[in-house]
Design a protein around this ligand. Structure first.
Ligand code: NAD
Length: 516
């Protein structure tokens, strides 16, 4: 299906943060755009604001003045909705209210030709429901841009029950022609991104609530070990706790209270206290002195002091698999690395430093694993996106592990140039449990026909800058390992929240991947 030609006039309703941004995107792609807002003067103000933003780019040498003039000339403000009558596509970005959106679309349907395409930028309402009373609901779809629309690459093309495949394909091709990364999603709560991203916040909040580590330390681990651009606490502070909590609540309610989406009391308390994040001056972090003493005001992660222990040769039992780059780093640091066959029936890799056993977490806490495997001194380490470049790593030890053995583990990672963070003995540590839960949610979205595995991964990378798509990440870890991790988390907490998606389970059993 081809994109709408640039000769097609695009109508945008709502000249707020999103509507103005979407109008700019369409005008930048070469369309004439009519921007309507029901507040008199708001559409003109929106266009003035676009001009100011673009002129900043001219001042920085990133755009030419004649390009700006061309874009602004293609944008026309309108205080009446009738001005949209000749649009080929109308994108609605007004207040998030089902009744008001329904009225606006009914009004548009009466006004426009039968083949005008209608789209809503809603974040949380059902497209099926918005379109329900239309005479031709098949021409209506969601076109979900992310904030700020001119910058964020992703657009979710959301099909309601009645949306025709042709309309969804035309919108997909049009968003792609506008320079966006388009993905298809079916109209289900949270679509792709706002659903699959929930565990990123939820697991952080759980770890904080359980005292596994403080916010600054957990954020640093997700950045430096997980490769995420921001940790969950700094990100929630940026989004605003009122907004993030409301999205979590709405997804939780929409899935009839599925505990996988359960909101956090920690976040609720912040909302109740008015600590909404950056915008209110305080959230998990204090921003009130920002600019004055920025470096001193921000709490630093709790990392271990340099350990003095002398390291024995590192004995590797089993195939290194995902931790192979860690062993290369050990070798490059001058440490003697000795390979042995695995003694474990399941082929699990163990590293030994004298009597100390080091192993990648598998979702069990160290105490449980030490008991199950009959180990005296056991230290678990966390997953890293890339062990070759990780700057920090989380460790936890079984109860019987001596202070000397912990010191040895600290010295090992420090020798490789990796900062060490000791956590209380927590199942799945930080990055592993977060990634396992993200992949689980993405797998369930695929199972339920919300999106394809390809679009699910693309959405998380282009929409929220994840360093790797959760399903591709799970493939690379081995789906059997991810499934085992989730099962261990479920056993550890006794909660349905950690139940593995059936699709993940089946693929693990049949040794298939999500991507070929
Ligand atoms: P906003 O409050 O900044 O802007 C909404 C604009 O719509 C206002 O200018 C208002 O005057 C106008 N408006 C309200 N009712 C109208 C009507 N009946 N007719 C014409 N204009 C009307 O809101 P926003 O943040 O731009 O959000 C708009 C939509 O985009 C919502 O559905 C929201 O869920 C969705 N969305 C928001 C974000 C975000 O981060 N802000 C991201 C993605 C999607």
């Amino acid at each position: 299906m081809s994109a709408l030609p640039t000769t097609a006039v695009i109508g945008v309703i709502g000249a707020g943060a999103m509507g103005a941004g979407i109008a700019q995107v369409a005008a930048q792609a070469g369309h004439s755009v009519i921007l309507h807002d029901n507040q008199p003067g708001a559409a003109s103000a929106g266009i003035d604001n676009i001009r100011r933003q673009l002129e900043k780019r001219v001042a920085k040498g990133k755009m030419r003045q004649d390009e700006v003039d061309g874009i602004i000339a293609r944008l026309q403000p309108a205080d009446t909705v009738e001005a949209l009558a000749d649009s080929r596509l109308i994108i609605e970005a007004i207040v998030e209210n089902l009744e008001i959106k329904r009225q606006v679309f009914a009004q548009l349907e009466a006004l426009c030709s039968p083949d005008t395409l209608l789209a809503s930028n809603t974040s949380s309402l059902s497209i099926t429901s918005i379109a329900a009373n239309l005479e031709r609901p098949e021409r209506m779809a969601g076109l979900h841009f992310f904030n700020p629309a001119p910058v964020m690459k992703l657009v979710e093309v959301v099909s309601g029950l009645a949306t025709s495949a042709e309309v969804a394909e035309t919108l997909y091709a049009t968003a792609s022609a506008w320079g966006k990364v388009a993905v298809h999603a079916s109209s289900t709560p949270g679509f792709i991104v706002n659903r699959v991203a929930r565990p990123f916040y939820a697991e952080g909040l759980r770890l904080l609530q359980e005292g596994a580590g403080d916010a600054a330390t957990l954020d640093a681990l997700l950045r430096q070990a997980g490769g995420f651009r921001m940790g969950p606490f700094e990100l929630m502070d940026l989004i605003g706790h009122d907004v993030n909590y409301a999205v979590t609540r709405s997804v939780f309610d929409a899935y009839y209270g599925d505990t996988r989406f359960e909101p956090s009391l920690v976040q609720q308390a912040l909302v109740e206290a008015g600590r909404l994040g950056r915008k209110s001056g305080q959230g998990f972090y204090d921003y009130s002195r920002e600019g004055q003493h920025e470096n001193t005001a921000k709490p630093q992660p709790t990392i271990s002091a340099p350990a003095q222990a002398e390291l024995p040769p590192l004995v590797v039992q089993g195939e290194p698999g995902v931790i192979a780059p860690l062993l290369e780093r050990a070798q490059e640091s001058g440490l003697e690395v000795v390979r042995r066959e695995s003694l474990q029936p399941d082929g699990t890799t163990r590293l030994r430093l004298g009597d100390l056993v080091l192993a990648l977490s598998d979702g069990r806490c160290a105490a449980e694993r030490a008991v199950n495997e009959g180990l005296e001194a056991l230290v678990l380490f966390d997953l890293c996106l890339d062990y070759r470049n990780a700057g920090a790593i989380a460790l936890s030890a079984s109860h019987a592990t001596s202070a000397e053995a912990r010191e040895l583990a600290t010295a090992f990672f420090q020798r490789l140039g990796i900062d060490v963070v000791w956590l209380t003995d927590t199942p799945g540590l930080v990055v592993l449990r977060t990634v396992a839960m993200l992949a689980n949610e993405a797998a369930d979205a695929v199972l339920q026909g919300v999106c394809s595995a390809e679009d699910g991964d693309l959405a998380m990378q282009a929409g929220v800058n994840y360093p790797r798509g959760p399903l591709a990440w799970a493939d690379s870890l081995g789906l059997a390992f991810v499934h085992r991790t989730l099962t261990h988390l479920q056993q550890s907490y006794g909660e349905e929240r950690y139940r593995a998606s059936f699709l993940l389970r089946r693929k693990a059993l049949t040794e298939e991947n999500f991507h070929e």
